[in-house]
Design a protein around this ligand. Structure first.
Ligand SMILES: NC(=O)c1ccc[n+]([C@@H]2O[C@H](COP(=O)([O-])OP(=O)(O)OC[C@H]3O[C@@H](n4cnc5c(N)ncnc54)[C@H](O)[C@@H]3O)[C@@H](O)[C@H]2O)c1
Length: 347
C-alpha cells in the first residue's frame, strides 16, 4: 500500500460532496483518486472541483483500478448492495453510507462478499463519531449507568421530508424509518452495548408527507425532479431486546407537533444520559445531579473518515461493523414488517 490511501467515491451527490470528500481532504494521508456516478457529467464536475485524478464511467472500471485502495459508497440506498459487492470482490476497503441496504437479504449478500474477500467494511453510522457519543459510550462501558434497561430515541421533523429520491420506494426502501430511524436507533443501541434484538412492534403513517409547506428547509438530493411520495412520513416503534431491555423510537419527516433533532436517552439503574440536550442524570451525596461533560465540539464526519483510514492502515476492525449494519437493518425492516402486519414481529 502506498503512503497515501487512494480513495474512490461511488455516487457523487450531496453527502459525498458536503461530507465525505471535505473530510477526506482534511487528511494528510489520503489521495482523492477516482469518482464514479451514474450521472457521467456529475462525476466529471466533481473530479474537477475536488481534484480527483480520474472520473470513470462504470462501477467495474472504478473498482478495477489497481491503485485504488478504498471506496466511499454514497449512492441512493438501492445502489449500496451492488457497489459494496463489486468493491469487496475487487479487494477494496469500504465505507458504506447508511442505511447498509434496503433489505436484510441485501445485507446478507453484501456480508458474504465482504467476508470472502477479507476487506475492511465500515458502516457510516456517523452519530457514533460525535464527541458526546464517545463520552456516553465510555461512561456506559465503565459501568457508570449500571444496567441500561430502557431507552428512547428519534428524530422529529415537522415538515422535513427530503427532496428527491428519498420518497421513491424503489430507490430508498422506505421513509423516515430507514432515513432517520437508522441514525437514532443505531446510536442508542450502541450506547446500550448492542443488546440482541428480540422483537419489534411498530406503526407507520403516511398522512401529510407533501412538499407544499413554505418557509422550511429540507435536505435535498442533487436531483429533485420526478417527485413521487410512496413512503411513510412518520413512525413509532417499541423494540424489545433479549436481555430484557427495550427502546422506543419516534421518527417523522412530517407531523403537526414539536420539532426534535436527533435525541437519544438511555436509562440505567445508576444513572442516565441524553445526547441532546447533552446531560448525564445521576445522584451524588443523596441529591439528584445533572452533569454535562465539557468537551470541544468535533466534526463527526472528519472523525468517521479518520477512523476509516486508521482501520485500513492498521488492519483494525472499525467501531461500526458489518454485523452492526446487518443488525440495525433487521430492526428497520422489522419495523416495516410489524407495521404492515399490524402486530409484533420476532427479529
Ligand atoms: N450520514 C448522513 O447523515 C446522511 C445524510 C444524507 C444522506 N445520506 C445517505 O447518503 C446516500 C446518498 O444520499 P444523497 O443525499 O447524497 O443523495 P444524492 O441524490 O444527492 O446523491 C446520490 C448520488 O448517487 C448517484 N447514484 C445513484 N445511484 C447510483 C449508482 N447505482 N451508482 C453510482 N452512482 C449512483 C446519483 O446520481 C447521485 O449523484 C444515501 O444512502 C443516504 O441515505 C447520509
Amino acid at each position: 500500500m502506498a503512503d497515501k490511501i487512494r480513495i474512490g467515491i461511488i455516487g457523487a451527490g450531496n453527502i459525498a460532496q458536503s461530507a465525505h470528500i471535505p473530510a477526506y481532504l482534511e487528511q494528510d494521508d489520503v489521495e482523492l483518486y477516482a469518482v464514479y456516478d451514474i450521472n457521467e457529467s456529475r462525476a466529471k464536475e466533481v473530479a474537477e472541483k475536488f481534484g480527483f485524478k480520474h472520473a470513470v464511467r462504470s462501477l467495474d472500471e472504478l473498482v478495477g483500478m489497481e491503485e485504488l485502495d478504498a471506496v466511499s459508497v454514497c449512492t441512493w440506498n438501492n445502489g449500496h448492495k451492488d457497489a459494496v459487492i463489486a468493491a469487496a470482490n475487487a479487494g477494496k476497503h469500504i465505507l458504506c453510507e447508511k442505511p447498509m441496504a434496503m433489505t436484510v437479504e441485501e445485507t446478507e449478500a453484501m456480508a458474504e462478499a465482504v467476508r470472502k474477500n477479507n476487506v475492511v467494511f465500515m458502516m457510516g453510522f456517523v452519530n457514533r463519531f460525535r464527541i458526546e457519543s464517545k463520552i456516553i459510550k465510555e461512561l456506559a462501558d465503565a459501568g457508570k449507568f449500571g444496567e441500561i434497561y430502557y431507552a428512547k430515541c428519534g428524530i422529529v421533523r415537522r415538515r422535513g421530508t427530503p427532496l428527491g429520491w428519498f420518497t421513491d420506494l424503489s430507490k430508498s426502501g422506505g421513509g423516515p424509518v430507514i432515513d432517520l430511524g437508522v441514525h437514532a436507533i443505531d446510536v442508542t443501541w450502541y450506547y446500550m452495548g448492542k443488546p440482541e434484538p428480540e422483537s419489534v412492534s411498530a406503526v407507520t403513517y403516511s398522512k401529510i408527507g407533501d412538499y407544499k409547506t413554505k418557509g422550511v428547509s429540507r435536505w435535498e438530493a442533487l436531483d429533485t425532479d420526478n417527485l413521487v411520495f410512496e413512503t411513510e412520513d412518520s413512525a413509532a416503534a417499541l423494540i424489545r431486546f433479549k436481555n430484557g431491555a427495550s427502546m422506543t423510537v419516534d421518527v417523522t419527516w412530517a407531523i403537526n407537533g414539536k420539532e426534535r433533532s436527533i435525541f437519544s436517552e438511555i436509562y440505567g439503574t445508576k444513572a442516565g444520559a441524553s445526547l441532546d440536550p447533552f446531560c448525564i442524570y445521576g445522584e451524588e451525596a443523596g441529591y439528584l445531579m445533572n452533569c454535562t461533560p465539557v468537551a470541544e465540539p468535533e466534526n463527526m464526519f472528519n472523525n468517521e473518515i479518520r477512523h476509516f483510514i486508521d482501520c485500513i492502515k492498521l488492519g483494525q476492525q472499525p467501531i461500526a461493523t458489518l454485523e452492526d449494519g446487518m443488525a440495525v437493518q433487521k430492526i428497520l425492516n422489522g419495523i416495516y414488517d410489524s407495521a404492515r402486519l399490524g402486530r409484533e414481529v420476532k427479529l
